[in-house]
Design a protein around this ligand. Structure first.
Ligand SMILES: [Zn+2]
Length: 119
């Protein structure tokens, strides 16, 4: 559980940074309420792999913790970026959620257990 909280914190930071970078790139001010909401969304998605596959033992990493899911997340993020029919707020929220999820898998990939290829 402590690592899930770390993942939530890293996800919140990544999501908030992505939101702030998006605002800066568009020369728009940061809305602190939206920044807070984005950080909460990032915390949820940063913890999501452990919510879907709770870390009850050292072999808990299956499909939602896999390299295949990380690759799929990269593809989904690319699709989100290419969509022009999404409102900017929806796009920013989706981007933040995917980045937060990816931070979890990237951090887990650096542990001795690593990530399974598929499950
Ligand atoms: Zn995990």
């Amino acid at each position: 559980m402590p690592l899930t909280i770390l993942h939530a914190g890293v996800g919140a930071a990544a999501a908030a940074a992505a939101y702030a970078a998006d605002r800066a790139a568009n020369n728009e001010p940061v809305d602190t309420e939206r920044l807070g909401h984005t950080a909460l969304l990032g915390a949820l998605y940063g913890a999501m792999p452990d919510i879907l596959e709770p870390p009850t033992n050292r072999y808990h990493r299956k499909f939602f913790h896999s390299a295949a899911t990380l690759a799929a997340a990269v593809l989904v993020l690319d699709r989100i970026e290419r969509r022009e029919d999404f409102r900017s707020g929806v796009k920013a929220a989706a981007r933040s959620a995917m980045l937060a999820y990816m931070t979890h898998l990237l951090l887990d990939s650096r542990t001795p257990m690593g990530l399974p290829l598929i499950f």
